[in-house]
Design a protein around this ligand. Sequence first.
Ligand SMILES: [Zn+2]
Length: 199
Amino acid sequence: MRDDESKPREPWRITEPELDEPSPHAWVAGRVWRQRRQWSRFIFEDERAGGDIFGRGEDSARAIPVTPELFARAPVMPVPPEEPVPPEGSLEEQQARLRETHEVGAEWPPDRWPVCCRRLAVLTLVNPTAAELTAWEWRRRPLTLETLDDARYEGMLRRALEDVRADRLPYMSFNVFQCHACGRVHVRLAKYPKMAPSK
Ligand SMILES: [Zn+2]
């Protein structure tokens, strides 16, 4: 099944993709792209969000450079060799790429998109299920709390990881990015509590 290519894709028009459909963006992993376009997955996300995700786009995504502190802290993991490396560029160029990125989040408005090694980190997992997380870790290493950008929320990530691994609806959704230039893994919570100052 294919979209009608004569029209621009609306963020909320989601169809079942062909199983080998490639991602149109080097900064969105192929399996994330395919997952985003499955109705079954969309319904799953919608339930998590309380039926509130229709119509959300990705306009708010901000390219946020990984600071030297976070660069030193983030674990380095193997990069699947078949995955492309996103292009290098200025922060403005990366922000422009995000503006043209098709919808990939659902419950998750990707507010903070890490820029590592002057490239957009690749979105490799969105609100993973237990099976998706296991498959991801099989090719890399287990996710740890050092991947998070703000240590104040490590408890939230710990609890979310416990929930996902136990196959429960997670306490907090999160998204996993990996820099395909250096292999560093950067986790961002889907929704930061309102009291958190914006970085
Ligand atoms: Zn990097």
